[in-house]
Design a protein around this ligand. Sequence first.
Ligand code: NIG
Ligand code: FE
Length: 412
Amino acid sequence: MITLIINIKELIQIRDASILKVSGSEMAVLPTIKNAFLIIEDDLIADFGMMKNLPTINADKRIDATGKMILPTWCDSHTHLVYAGNREQEFVDRINGLTYEEIANRGGGILNSAKKLNETSEEDLYDQSKTRLEEIMHLGTGAVEIKSGYGLTIDGELKMLRVIQKLSQNYPITIKATFLGAHAIPAAFATNRKGYIDCIITEMLPEIAKNNLADFIDVFCETGYFTVEETEQIMEAGIRFGLKPKIHVNQFNSIGGIQAGIKHKALSVDHLEIMKPEDIEALKNTETMPVALPSCSYFLSIPYTPAREIIAAGLPLTLATDYNPGSTPSGNMNFVVSTACIKMKMTPDEAINAATINGAYAMGISNSHGSITIGKKANFSITKPISSYYQLPYAFGSNLIESVFLEGKILT
Ligand code: NIG
Ligand code: FE
């Protein structure tokens, strides 16, 4: 099946296959072709170029994209989109003056979601989650990482990971699964945190690895959650089971999580709202991707990740949603890109790089996703007619994505 798209006003994020991420000043460059064509063969990108060089081909389907732009679908490398119910009451409690920390300390927060999840059947959890997955696909996301971490029991964690696996089997979006048993200490282990960590390492991990249910291991390394030492212990156990670390660090406090992640060759360190100079220094000359989650900062009214300092240090940066019921009940990558420009002073070019090729890197899939590259997955969005790609972040809150192609097929 060959699809030919012609008269593309601008084809955005064209890259050579050798580029797996962009760092520092490279992030300001977003390569494009104006007045372009794109050829899709089955689920892959077969060719692209300037209209004046369009080869003669026998296409099964032709699309005229006059006035519209094409960009790779968003790569959202950090979500918790499998969850049960919602936390709307906590949202109102925060409006009325409680902090996220105060809510967590009185048994709300992650433990509230864990209670709901353990009371929800696997079928119901799948149905609730698929609605969110379908929504983000239509908003232009073509690859997504989804974490467990609202089970906090063997049954609950396995249930979440099976739901993630089923979503991956049933939808054309690429899904990577992360085991986040170390998201919080569950109520049943409130006075025995060592017992819970032993349960993660000796009971949950072997079962997850045996059933091939996760690609990555995550830990919420934060004051009041897991210490740096515990984080290291859990990462080491994950690595023994073949799971690369991708960890939550520096959301509220800088306690050494970044350095621990780097020591264990974490694929990414995520959140980074609170960064000391030594945290930025530690990331230099490593393969670990820093990931910012601006809609979490927006929703919780906490500081934004210092993108300008990170990029000025020559580092790469990824943008992701953090879609979850407590700190970010939104999976809209268009909003993330816009917020990064408005609040973190990233340029549109930097933000689009951060949300595509670098996001793919942060999921270990930038050899197949994240750019318009011959041989990569035909995952791309066609915009509505727009004046320039600056309009994507500029017109915040508008949906400028007209249609989405995943694995070469248009989403209906
Ligand atoms: O990334 N910080 C840890 N985990 C999530 C929030 C979890 C929750 O509040 O349910 C986050 O923000
Ligand atoms: Fe998160």
